[in-house]
Design a protein around this ligand. Structure first.
Ligand code: DAH
Length: 352
């Protein structure tokens, strides 16, 4: 065989392959065609093998011709495949098998947890009155959780907070480590940091108590603590600020009621209730027929607490308050069981 024979074999093969390709109407037959001409044992490969018998100088020329044919056939194959695919898409969509006007899969959207929502809403209400949002540690020392809040060891008030001890050795001292039972320890931490400057802070955060759970108790929950300390702050400031908060969060027509309560770190101490926003004070299920709903504890910062962090109580006064976030959300949305906040049931969470 000469180089000329080889070249004409190759061009014959190419034109035969191309003519045949034009007649192919479906993908399966196209694949057969590919195997026959371009496959590893296909005709083109076989032709290439025969070139070995040519004299070296002719072998190169014939080899180049064979490679050109290979590229041409591969391109023709790609183009034909694309044409067939387009045609099949067009027929299947006109036959109604694929309706491109059908809506797509909905994209699932996440949302904020109802506790996160109420925490943000309440922090925003106080931020609009000039309070700064601060966070603190969930693992606390006995000293900050109790001692600096005027709750000494053996004081019966410790019974108000069932504590989860982190390093329980049987001995409780100020170095004992616990999971904070409330956000109040941040009062002392902040005042120590602020170094006698006026303080207006709001502290959202998670708290823990060693408690059996039921519809109104969880062993972990969120609180928001508030603290304002300055020269000349009075109980009237406490009432005005908390009244404004109640109106911002529970509606402009809210009334508030203050009654005496006891917390070791405030004097005087109070609880604040709002008139029931569901029945406007008439008495209903939410307010348990009383017309009032208790929303928070508050009071004037105890002089001992101020002294303990180096503030002179004859110069500085202040008020503090604390409230439970799940309780706020339960009131707002009419949720009857606090455990729903932590059961991670999407049927519940999706409603908010
Ligand atoms: N820390 C209290 C609790 O967890 C709530 C509280 C009451 C906070 C009165 C205060 C306050 O700052 O003044 O039960």
């Amino acid at each position: 065989m000469t180089a000329e024979d080889a070249s004409s074999n190759i061009s014959d093969l190419q034109s035969r392959a191309l003519t045949e390709l034009e007649t192919l109407q479906d993908a399966r037959r196209l694949e057969d065609w590919r195997v026959v001409y371009l496959g590893r044992k296909g005709k083109l490969t076989q032709t290439l093998r025969t070139l070995g018998s040519l004299p070296p100088e002719q072998r190169r020329e014939a080899g180049q011709a064979a490679n050109r044919a290979k590229t041409t056939l591969e391109e023709a194959y790609d183009n034909h495949l694309k044409t067939l695919e387009e045609a099949s898409f067009a027929t299947s969509s006109t036959k109604g098998r694929l309706d491109v006007t059908l809506p797509g899969w909905p994209v699932l959207r996440g949302g904020l947890h109802p506790t996160t929502q109420i925490v943000r809403e309440i922090c925003n209400a106080f931020a609009s009155m000039g309070f700064q949002v601060v966070e603190g540690p969930e693992v606390e020392s006995d000293e900050y959780n109790f001692e600096k809040l005027n709750i000494p060891k053996d004081h019966p008030a410790r019974d108000m907070w069932n504590t989860l001890w982190v390093d329980y050795t049987g001995i409780q001292d100020e170095h004992s480590v616990l999971l904070r039972t409330h956000t109040s320890p941040m009062q002392a931490r902040i005042m120590e940091k602020m170094d006698s400057k006026p303080v207006r802070v709001i502290v959202p955060g998670k708290c823990y108590r060693y408690e059996a759970t039921d519809a109104t108790h969880e062993w972990h929950f969120f609180q928001v603590e508030g603290l304002a300390v300055d020269k000349g702050i009075t109980f009237a400031d406490l009432k005005g600020t908390l009244y404004e908060f109640a109106r911002l969060v529970f509606g402009q027509n809210r009334k508030v009621r203050f009654r005496c309560d006891y917390f070791p770190f405030v004097e005087p101490g109070a609880e604040m209730s709002i008139d029931c926003f569901l029945c406007d004070g008439q008495g209903c299920r939410v307010c348990k027929k009383t017309g009032w709903i208790e929303v928070l504890g508050a009071g004037m910062v105890h002089p001992k607490v101020l002294e303990g962090v180096g503030y002179d109580p004859s110069v500085y006064t202040g008020f503090a308050f604390g409230m439970g976030m799940e309780r706020m959300a339960m009131l707002k949305h009419g949720i009857e069981d606090i455990r729903l906040f932590y059961s991670n049931d999407l049927r519940f969470l999706k409603q908010f």
